[in-house]
Design a binder for this molecule. Structure first.
Ligand SMILES: *Cc1c(COP(=O)(O)O)cnc(C)c1O
Length: 456
């Protein structure tokens, strides 16, 4: 066996050993950053080392410092697992090493991207003519969609932002709900649009439509270029903005409507939960992640824009040395030029699950979240702080101090990983169910850990 095959074999063995360990190992890491640095060693060797040995060293040194994020008992932030078909396709993606920027240079990836895009638009109930860009995550997807939005609303008032920049441009208003994800603000900052105007939300974190209507009507100059950002899936409550009414009023004022649905957009793929996004298909752009609800490995986000023209106007580029296609190239839809073949794992998970499998995946997360809420309500002193409508559950254990103590004790217990946060001015425990690997037994074991942590 040559070095290449031996290295790949070793990687395969380490990978399966890691995946096999997920059922029994503690979910939190068992080593600190300093521990792992010490195990790796810090001296850059003067000469070469054989690839299989390098793989062994990496796996051995990193093992204790790995967090069991693909475990069925990881509920922190919003972290999807890795479906086996997507994980295996991701390995192939690295082996194939396709730079997927150009349509005709890498036809296999372009074909898969085209087929996958059509499947996604169908599953999500979005316009079949929309453009889909495969980016690194929802932050970049928000940026990409909002770049198209910025260009288009300025174009409508006769300003070419690509050519003339923002200096001296008409002011662009951006309205967001008070509980939008912080990555929206980051994307706006990348775009030079500054801090958004904040619209009030209700007790679940949903944008208040009359307040949005008032804000829109209060434009300092009528006809001001305006973008409204709505949300499908609040990271604390899981709540969805009332899309039909919000999009209608925003469009009445000529605004571009963008939806941040990093994990919530896939509610649309479930007949049971589709009602949560009713009316969202009339928006102008949507951002989501494939590495959250859809369970492909990091990293993969999707930037979807109903009208491909403003997206291409914002993202397209020309290079004399590039072999570009009249049909448009994948690079026209994303901020990057070179990028990996991100569509391969997305195709694989969709092909493996099928339409009903994607719906079952979403329904399963929601069923487990509801079980968490029920279990938490049965724990003395615990209180679920919102309507549990999707995959997120936030709870308090009384005082902020007690809640923080319970979160710390659950992490120390090691059965499950859940994050603390602050929501509506109080400390909370957050549970996000986002992995295909989570079972009823995982939820029971994790509730057991919560009961132990709060019994102290
Ligand atoms: C996770 C998340 C994001 C950011 O997504 P990344 O993939 O981490 O860039 C944006 N919006 C919402 C609602 C999220 O949950």
């Amino acid at each position: 066996m040559d070095d290449r095959d031996a290295a790949l074999m070793r990687a395969h063995e380490h990978a399966t050993a890691w995946l096999d360990s997920l059922g029994t190992r503690p979910v939190p890491p068992q080593a600190t950053v300093d521990d792992v640095v010490a195990a790796l060693g810090t001296d850059l060797p003067d000469g070469p080392t054989a690839a299989p040995q390098v793989v062994d060293l990496l796996a051995t040194a990193c093992g204790p410092g790995l967090t069991a994020m693909p475990s069925g008992r990881f509920y922190g932030m919003v972290i999807g697992g890795s479906h086996p078909a997507a994980l295996a396709a991701d390995w192939l993606t690295s082996a194939w090493d396709q730079n997927s920027a150009l349509r005709t240079v890498t036809p296999a990836h372009t074909a898969v991207e085209d087929v996958t895009s059509a499947w996604l638009l169908d599953l999500l109930g979005l316009p079949a003519s929309a453009a889909v860009g495969f980016v690194t995550g929802a932050t970049t997807a928000n940026f990409t969609c909002l770049a198209a939005a910025r260009g288009e609303v300025l174009h409508r008032v006769g300003w070419d932002v690509r050519h003339d920049g923002l200096t001296g441009a008409p002011h662009v208003r951006v309205l967001v709900g008070a509980e939008r994800h912080e990555s929206v603000d980051l994307a706006l900052s990348y775009l030079g649009l500054g801090a958004p105007e904040v619209v009030a939300v209700d007790d679940q974190g949903r944008i208040d439509v009359p307040a949005l209507a008032d804000a829109l009507a209060g434009a300092p100059v009528p006809g001001t270029p305006t973008v409204v950002v709505l949300q499908a899936g609040n990271v604390h409550s899981g709540a969805f903005d009332p899309f039909a009414a919000a999009v209608e009023v925003a469009h009445r004022h000529g605004a571009w409507v963008h939806v941040d649905g990093a994990f919530g957009l896939f509610a649309a793929a479930s007949p049971t939960y589709r009602h949560l996004v009713a009316g969202y298909e009339t928006a102008d752009s949507w951002a989501t992640d494939a590495h959250k609800t859809l369970n492909v490995p990091y990293d993969c986000g999707l930037a979807i824009v109903a009208d491909p023209v403003p997206l291409r106007a914002a993202m397209g580029m020309h290079g004399d040395y590039l072999i570009q296609s009249d049909a448009g190239d994948p690079l026209d839809k994303v901020p990057e030029l070179s990028r990996r073949g991100r569509a391969f794992p997305v195709w694989a998970v969709l092909r493996a699950l099928g339409r009903s499998g994607v719906a079952d995946l979403v329904d399963g997360f929601c069923r487990h979240a509801a079980a968490f809420a029920d279990g938490l309500r049965g724990i003395d002193g615990a209180q679920v702080l919102h309507d549990v409508v999707f995959t997120q559950v936030c709870a308090s254990f009384g005082t902020d101090e007690r809640t923080r103590d319970v979160v710390a004790r659950v992490l120390a217990d090691g059965t499950a990983w859940m994050s603390g946060s602050r929501w509506h001015d109080r400390a909370v425990l957050r549970v996000s169910v986002s992995s295909w690997a989570t079972t009823d037994a995982d939820v029971r074991a994790s509730l057991g850990a919560l009961a132990r942590a709060s019994a102290v």
